[in-house]
Design a protein around this ligand. Structure first.
Ligand SMILES: Cc1ncc(COP(=O)(O)O)c(C=O)c1O
Length: 352
């Protein structure tokens, strides 16, 4: 999180706006918290350009719970749900597996045979006519693949509601929500703290839930209750509000897009110009948020990580599912952080 946001949270900690109490102590039904939540909901709408026909929900359970919420909300009247999943890496693979607890799931495309290095055009996906939803992961956090734009399914004759997991690139650039039925994102990457999930739901998909859908997961019920069906993670909502203020101060998603592109270009150039570092993803599909890379010379990983840590360059170890290294360039990471990483990588290559 940006230092400015943490400093504001620290300043507000004991007494929010002269109320004589911390946000942590407020009733979620009181006027003070209500004003915080209203501001958050309207800032989400404005800063992420959410159109009026989409509801803005803030739900608990992280992005993972949406693997249950989506099939339980996008169901046929008899409660069955048929979902097509496009598997482009670790997280969409997990969606295919987890959502199968509640739905008849079909994998419309699987990029595993190509090592998740690119995504086949949507015209080659094997989607099913009449499915209740089609899911894709906008940015694969572990494999480092990102959709630049959403596929135009309608142009292919596919009218299945499109569901997108935007957890690891929400607010990293302007996003066009037309053609999207549901978009969701755990807030812990670009939007602040853990414990909260932003869910955007097009009105015509709000009330298609299975009778078995638990009330707190029910999109229409949560929309009607202003995301306050039960006691929500109030402090996370407040921190999300501070993050949105920060995003506005930075110039919004357009300014973020420019800064993120600059950071990513710098790091990919360093990798591509080097003999030691390697990123296997097709340049057209490379993520601007998560840059995985391996060291081509065996046995150097530990030395690389230890040297990085000594310079204050932390959390570079890749996810255990893929190994190697990964640099995450979320909104709060300044250009100077990437410059420091690149300088370290170049020096490490020289000395090895
Ligand atoms: C793209 C993506 N989807 C889903 C998740 C799971 O999120 P959560 O831990 O909020 O359930 C993550 C977590 O890193 C992610 O990166």
């Amino acid at each position: 999180m940006p230092p400015e946001v943490l400093a504001q949270a620290a300043a507000d900690m004991l007494d929010w706006h002269g109320q004589g109490m911390s946000v942590l102590e407020m009733s979620h039904r009181g006027a003070a918290f209500e004003s915080i939540l209203q501001q958050v909901l309207s800032d989400v709408r404005e800063l992420l350009a959410v159109p009026p026909e989409m509801a803005v929900l803030l739900l608990p359970g992280g992005a993972s719970l949406q693997n249950s919420a989506v099939p339980l909300n996008l169901a046929a009247p008899n409660g069955t749900s048929r979902g097509d999943v496009v598997v482009t890496g670790h997280w969409s693979q997990k969606t295919a597996k987890s959502s199968a607890r509640h739905a008849d799931v079909h994998v419309a495309h699987h990029g595993g045979a190509d090592g998740f290095t690119h995504v086949a055009p949507a015209s080659q996906w094997q989607w099913r006519q009449g499915a209740d939803w089609l899911h894709l992961c906008g940015n694969e956090t572990i494999h480092g693949l990102e959709f630049d734009q959403w596929p135009n399914l309608a142009a292919l004759g596919c009218h299945t509601p499109l569901v997108i997991d935007c957890s690891s690139h929400i607010a990293s650039r302007p996003m066009d929500w037309s053609g999207v039925a549901v978009a969701y994102a755990g807030t812990q990457k670009n939007l602040g703290p853990a414990g909260l999930t932003l869910v955007l739901v097009r009105q015509d998909c709000l009330d298609r839930a299975s009778p078995h859908c638990p009330e707190v997961l029910h999109y229409a019920a949560q929309a009607q209750a202003n995301s306050l069906l039960n006691t929500p993670p109030t402090y996370s909502m407040y921190l999300l509000g501070l993050m949105l203020q920060w995003l506005r101060d930075q110039g919004g998603t357009q300014a973020m897009a420019e800064r993120n592109a600059q950071k990513a270009q710098l790091l990919y150039r360093c990798i591509d110009d080097s003999a030691l570092y390697h990123n296997a993803v097709d340049p057209a599909w490379r993520s601007r948020m998560n840059v995985p890379f391996t060291l081509t010379q065996p046995g150097l990983d530990e030395a690389f990580l230890a040297g990085a840590q000594a310079q204050g360059l932390l959390n570079l170890k890749g996810h255990k599912a893929v190994g190697g290294m990964r640099a995450s360039l979320y909104n709060a990471m300044p250009l100077a952080g990437v410059q420091a990483l690149v300088a370290y990588m170049q020096a490490f290559e020289q000395s090895h």
